[in-house]
Design a protein around this ligand. Sequence first.
Ligand code: PAF
Length: 290
Amino acid sequence: MQIATTRDVLRNAVAALRQDGVGQGRGRIALVPTMGALHEGHLTLVRRAREEADHVVASIFVNPKQFGPNEDLDAYPRQLAEDAALLEAEGCALLWAPTVSEMYPAGFVTNISVAGVSDGLCGAARPGHFDGVATVVCKLFNQVQPDVALFGEKDYQQLAVIRAMARDLDLALPCAESIIGVPTVREADGLAMSSRNRYLSAEQRAAAAALPRAMRTAIAAIEGGADVAGALAALQAEVIAAGFASVDYAELADSTSLAPLTVLGETPARLLIAARIGGTRLIDNMAVSA
Ligand code: PAF
């Protein structure tokens, strides 16, 4: 696996992969953007990416523009050598691992803001976060120009923001339809895998399993016809009783626009939650059938 840390090296490496197509001559490329600290969820994305293309390019970049002033940018785990070994073992062809100054050279002033879908849920608690995500993902798309790009559904709002950005900016490589959402990978007790789970103490980690459990209870109630507001209130109470300090939000939303729903309609819906345990903010989401 080649590791590129500058745009020049990346450009040449991508061009070489393009020359190397299985069968049709033009190598198809799948991009898996990450911030590193890789776990089984990321490796699942790489495996799926290998099914979609001839070559997998992964990126590791802890993007300062998507962290707020009081967030965990400095503490965010960085383990490039370990991550590179994991990616290589999964058959990744190229790792793009730029420095902050390579990604944002002096004088960088552009910001991509995707209105509407960025505003509620995590966007309300983390102002500017999705601008940072959209801006860096747009750059990654332009730098690699992949045929497809893969993201975990764990960050469901992020996926919706990136799809809207690709659609609105008429991106070609990848186009909005080639942005693939991959179902969340969970631990045996149901907790969604996340690089931030490593911040949890043993006690917090055990308590955290209450989050997906309480979500499933709420979904069963909503699908069974219970009042949505009541089910969401019960969900929050159960999470707090399990040891979480606070719930940032627990919402039923339209699965595409993420507009809040007060009743379950005929279009697909999603239950989304963010809750804090100790100093760690965990997010999760699950489909709700009409
Ligand atoms: O999900 C992530 O790891 C990041 O938000 C992403 C998409 C790589 C952009 O920095």
